[in-house]
Design a protein around this ligand. Structure first.
Ligand code: HPA
Ligand code: ZN
Length: 350
């Protein structure tokens, strides 16, 4: 079933009261585990009789103050441990798809961290049983198409990543590619060259987090050593003029997450965010939500925040939405269909 793109729906998207209309967009940088809202974490902890160390929701919410990537990852992995059954993963994915669809997302390529679960005794089969159900029914239930990108945890042994690749192959209908996430500094992409070569041989797409906290050199080695087709974050690329020239020339997609960058103090204030400079430099950037349950908003909340802080024009927001589909792993005909929908929603001739 094709997602609906009728005028009624466009009106509904416009009617969010924030003055910044939501455009049809592809979400390319969201971590499934990062969509675990505190309320759902508490509910799943109770359902699975795995108590959290917080007395209640209010106390848990106090923990959402981060000083850097690691301080966030500590809470992210702690709360991810409430996910134990296929139903938990399916409930999490359905809750995310519903929220994403309400913010204009029409296609989502969602990161998932199997090692965060297998390392604590939850088998890959359990994770994929839940995700399989939710991802296969996303279009029918929520009006968006969904695929998974399995991330290797870069702070764990690369041999684990290499062993994971063949285990992904039974789920090729859901899994579209591999990525690289978790603590970046001191864990350069080249550690994962072999895992990425195995993934490429298996016909999987390749993306990688680079240049979030790590240096511009990590962006280069993600491109050259891993064959990354997109760079997640990449904001520190701006520190290296020759890298910027290359990213522009090759039109390497960069998936930028403004609320995340401020919450993890990669950027001091939203007004200092480099997104506009990246657009002005001719880079193929798009805006995404990273870990929306932790950083204060989903995809359109990010677009709104950055629009307000940087004064983005309607034309720039249209470019961001178009870039999201261009950078996606959708078949060309699907990309064109979505680009027409962006044009229609943006009010210009298709
Ligand atoms: N950066 C790196 N790893 C992650 C993130 C992030 O923002 N979210 C979940 N894993
Ligand atoms: Zn991320």
């Amino acid at each position: 079933m094709a997602p609906p793109y009728g005028p009624d729906e466009r009106g509904a998207l416009d009617g969010q009261g924030d003055g910044v209309p939501a455009l049809p967009t592809a979400e390319l940088h969201v971590h499934l585990e990062g969509t675990l809202e505190p309320e759902l974490a508490v509910a799943l902890a109770a359902r699975n009789r795995t108590p959290l160390r917080y007395a209640g929701l209010d106390e848990l919410r106090q923990a959402y103050a981060f000083s850097d990537l690691q301080s966030f990852l500590d809470l992210y992995y702690e709360l991810s441990a409430v996910l134990r059954t296929p139903e938990d993963f399916a409930d999490l994915a359905h809750a995310y798809f519903a929220r994403a669809a309400a913010q204009g997302v029409r296609h989502a390529e969602v990161f998932v961290d199997p090692q965060a679960h297998t390392s604590r005794g939850v088998p890959l089969e359990v994770v994929m049983a839940g995700l399989g159900e939710a991802f296969r029914t996303a279009e029918q239930r929520h009006g968006l198409t969904a695929r998974a990108i399995v991330c290797f945890l870069r702070d764990r042994d690369p041999a684990e990543a290499e062993a994971l690749v063949p285990q992904l192959l039974p789920y090729r209908d859901v899994i579209v590619g591999v990525g690289l996430d978790s603590a970046e500094v001191g864990r350069p992409p080249e550690l994962f060259e072999r895992a990425y070569a195995l993934a490429a041989d298996a016909g999987l797409h390749r993306v990688a987090h680079a240049g979030e906290e790590g240096p511009p050199a990590y962006v280069e080695s993600a491109l050259d050593g891993l064959g990354a087709e997109r760079i997640d974050h990449g904001i520190r690329s701006l520190e290296d003029a020759s890298l910027v020239a290359r990213l522009r020339e090759e039109q390497v997609p960069l998936t930028v997450c403004p609320l995340s960058n401020v919450a993890l103090r990669c950027v001091d204030r939203m007004a200092d965010h480099p997104l506009r400079r990246m657009l002005d430099a001719g880079l193929l950037v798009s805006v995404h939500s990273d870990d929306p349950a932790y950083f204060g908003g989903y995809l359109h909340d990010n677009v709104t925040a950055v629009t307000r802080a940087l004064g983005l024009t309607a034309g720039q927001r249209r470019t961001l939405a178009e870039n999201s589909f261009r950078a996606s792993f959708l078949p060309e005909a699907e990309k064109q269909r979505h680009l027409k929908a962006v044009a229609a929603a943006a009010g210009a001739p298709a």
